[in-house]
Write a protein that binds this ligand. Structure first.
Ligand code: CDP
Length: 233
């Protein structure tokens, strides 16, 4: 791919709709860097949970979270065994911990805090400064990289998304139920798309892909076709 310019690919969409799987495979296909921006919000959430920055009702204590941001460093480290990057929180590999349901239940509240977003968006822009990147999240095409050459907006029916996430958690021996996963997914979708700071939206220049009936291979083939069309334009 070296004869082509390195573009920026933004992939946004609802929870568990296959964004990361598609983004990861697409980055591999193109020889690009893949960044899971959701992992970064999960990392900040884990830090806040470990430091008891939630009130008795389970809501984040904003002033304390904002103060804590100075002490939080978020990085990625390539994991050769998996062929993808793990999240590093203050020098500790927390890739497994951030995928746990208790983190999933708190992450959207943390991600709605303006200062948290400012910090992570700055980091995300640095990671993508040279192009050649596929980043997935909620605000990548709208806020992080509004000039991305290719923007994909991924959707799928809620029940199918919950089924996929449930199967993924079961395969990792993480205890949960389908109902719990579906409830979390609906709650997060609602919070993510109604928050005042960078809500999840489909920008007018984004291409929508409904993955409800697609295998990961077909999903990748569709995304890769859009990417190649873009590279030769
Ligand atoms: O994997 P899944 O689609 O369930 O979620 P994720 O990508 O790991 O993101 C976790 C949460 O982080 C989301 O539900 C959002 O609340 C937040 N997030 C965000 O606000 N902005 C992003 N660019 C990425 C994630």
């Amino acid at each position: 791919m070296s004869e082509f310019k390195k573009i920026t690919i933004a992939i946004d969409g609802y929870s568990s709709c296959g964004k990361s799987t598609m983004a990861k495979a697409l980055a591999k296909e193109l020889g690009y860097i893949f960044i899971d921006s959701g992992a970064m919000y999960r990392g900040v959430t884990l830090y806040c949970m470990r430091h008891n920055l939630f009130n008795s009702r389970g809501n984040p204590i904003h002033e304390q979270v904002i103060k804590a941001l100075t002490f939080i460093s978020i990085n990625f480290e390539f994991n050769a065994l998996k062929g993808t990057s793990d999240l590093i929180l203050n020098a500790e590999n927390v890739e497994n911990e951030i995928r746990m349901p208790d983190v999933a239940s708190k992450v959207s509240a943390i991600a709605s805090i303006k200062e948290v977003r400012e910090k992570l968006v700055e980091e995300q822009r640095k990671l993508g400064a040279n192009g050649g990147i596929v980043m997935d999240g909620r605000d990548i095409g709208s806020v992080v990289f509004p000039n991305a050459e290719l923007k994909l907006f991924v959707t799928a029916k809620p029940e199918i998304r919950a089924q996929r996430r449930y199967a993924e958690l079961v395969s990792k021996n993480i205890e949960t139920s389908y109902e719990e996963v579906l409830k979390n997914l609906i709650e997060r979708d609602h919070l993510d798309s109604t928050r005042s700071e960078s809500p999840l939206i489909k920008t007018s220049d984004a291409i929508e892909i409904d993955t409800s009936e697609l295998t990961p291979q077909t999903q990748l083939a569709i995304a890769a076709q859009f990417a190649y069309n873009n590279l030769i334009c």
